[in-house]
Write a protein that binds this ligand. Structure first.
Ligand SMILES: C[S@@+](CC[C@H](N)C(=O)[O-])C[C@H]1O[C@@H](n2cnc3c(N)ncnc32)[C@H](O)[C@@H]1O
Length: 458
């Protein structure tokens, strides 16, 4: 099988993928007959810094897919015009890359920050409509901000925390802008533009660029006020007096530096682990996704300032997400999602699931127990009818991951932080409903992407 796959000729339009029997899966013997290097002709070599559409960088999202990986699998497993779904779409890498490549991109997520970002990318409003809306918004904001002194007097505890990040005038504008955008979401004429601007503002809420609204700090996640207070004092940092509308315009110039896809996709908010996937049977050609791994990440806490801006809260969002350390709960809910994925996929379609093993450390210095996510999902998938094509090992360099700092190194280095959980291995699980097909003659084209980047930096 290995040699058959590796010797595939360019002229062969597509491969019928082999699948393993459930007993192979149970006994842990399922590994792809091809290795990452053999199948992935390029995405690992593509340097992410020089390869992205600027919309992918609308706002940071921890745990996002590398665009190159997404482009690779979309090209290998689908044809233009086909329907692609990511049921845990995060910041929308899969649906956005799908529409860039002329496919129909669908995404679902239960987290408000995730759906705001994804919808802004795949249901993006025309530039002219955004600029018109922004002019109106600017006028309304100026009228709202005539009274300058509200922040110091406010009894809203959150605003006090936010004053560590923001100059009082900037925070004042932000609060007013937040209220205007939230009210525009319920106005059909403004809704799309308001959501788009919400996503753009999320991308500049904190960071260290010239148009970040906060004092220079992490862009990726919202650090705790106490940490930022200490950091700012140690480094002598002060919050800049930034004009919010000017910063939005600067961010938009960056985001619009490359042509926008002509197609649109669709994104909706739902808990797929209890509500299922709101699509008809056999309507999707390819699923590419990365579900949560037990409770490794606290997405709401990582984004607490963005959630404030979007009118939600850490606790409300935590209630919407699958994040549990209980393996039985995790597996029951993931089994349901797999069943739903099987239902909505067409015959002979493929699902690619990227998951990491999770190691739980009972106590410091003790060897941990590892939950082998991909193998467990493979086993569960066979029970709902999937064939297991295999599992690609993707040995990640932990030191290059932000999560490494959060969940592993920090805990190893600091004796006061309990060493609880760590991500060790990313694995790529490939499932098929019937005979999966791999288009061997379709080669992902990364060249257009570096040209895009040249135009951005040029
Ligand atoms: C590993 S991230 C996916 C990141 C995504 N691949 C990207 O490129 O941004 C997992 C996602 O699952 C979402 N999620 C967690 N529980 C969920 C649930 N019950 N239903 C739908 N989405 C959920 C999280 O909000 C998060 O965005």
């Amino acid at each position: 099988m290995l040699s058959r796959l590796l010797n595939a000729r360019r002229g062969d339009r597509c491969w019928i993928l082999p699948t393993f029997h459930p007993q192979d899966v149970e006994s842990g013997r399922v590994y792809l007959p091809f290795s990452t290097d053999a199948i992935l002709d390029g995405w690992k070599q593509v340097r992410p810094r020089f390869w992205y559409h600027p919309f992918h960088r609308m706002s940071s999202f921890l745990g996002r897919f590398p665009q190159g990986l997404v482009r690779y699998f979309i090209t290998k497993f689908t044809l233009p015009g086909q329907v692609i779904l990511d049921p845990f779409c995060g910041c929308g890498t899969v649906p956005f890359e799908s529409i860039l490549l002329g496919r129909r991109g669908l995404g679902c997520d239960s987290f408000l920050y995730a759906t705001t970002l994804s919808a802004a990318k795949v249901e993006h409003p025309p530039k002219a409509a955004v600029l018109r809306y922004l002019r109106g918004l600017s006028r309304r904001l100026a009228a709202e901000c005539l009274d300058q002194n509200l922040i110091e007097k406010t009894d809203e505890p959150l605003a006090r925390h936010l004053l560590i990040y923001y100059h009082p005038r900037t925070l004042h504008q932000l609060k007013k802008l937040r209220a205007l955008l939230l009210s525009d979401l319920s106005n059909a004429a403004h809704e799309r533009q308001a959501r788009f601007i919400q996503a753009v503002v999320c991308g500049i809420l904190h960071g260290d660029s010239t148009f970040s609204l906060s004092l220079p700090t992490q862009e990726t996640w919202s650090a705790s006020p106490e940490y930022v207070r200490r950091f700012a004092a140690a480094k002598g940092l002060v919050a800049p007096d930034r004009d919010v509308i000017e910063c939005i315009r600067a961010k938009l110039r960056k985001m619009w530096a490359a042509p926008l896809p002509t197609r649109h996709g669709r994104v909706w908010q739902a808990d797929v682990t209890s509500e299922g996937i709101a699509l008809p049977r056999s309507s999707v050609h390819f699923v590419l996704t990365s579900p949560p791994y037990l409770s490794v990440r606290d997405y709401p806490l990582d984004n607490w300032i963005r959630l404030w801006f979007l009118g939600s809260s850490v606790n409300r969002e935590r209630g919407r997400l699958l994040a549990t350390a209980r393996v039985d709960v995790y597996e029951t809910r993931m089994q349901y999602v797999l069943k739903e994925m099987f239902r909505i996929l067409r015959d002979n379609a493929v699902a690619v699931i990227v998951v990491a093993d999770v190691t739980k450390f009972e106590s410091r210095g003790q060897g941990g127990t590892t939950y082998r996510s991909a193998e467990r999902l493979a086993s569960m998938a066979t029970k709902v009818g999937f064939g297991v094509v295999g599992i690609i090992e993707d040995n990640i360099d932990l030191k290059k991951r932000t999560g490494y700092f959060f969940h592993y190194k920090k805990a190893l280095d600091d004796k006061d932080i309990p060493l609880r959980r760590g991500v060790r291995h990313d694995r790529i699980l490939i499932l098929s409903k019937g005979e999966g097909r791999l288009y061997d003659d379709l080669v992902p084209d990364y060249s257009t992407c570096s040209q895009l980047t040249l135009s951005i930096h040029g």
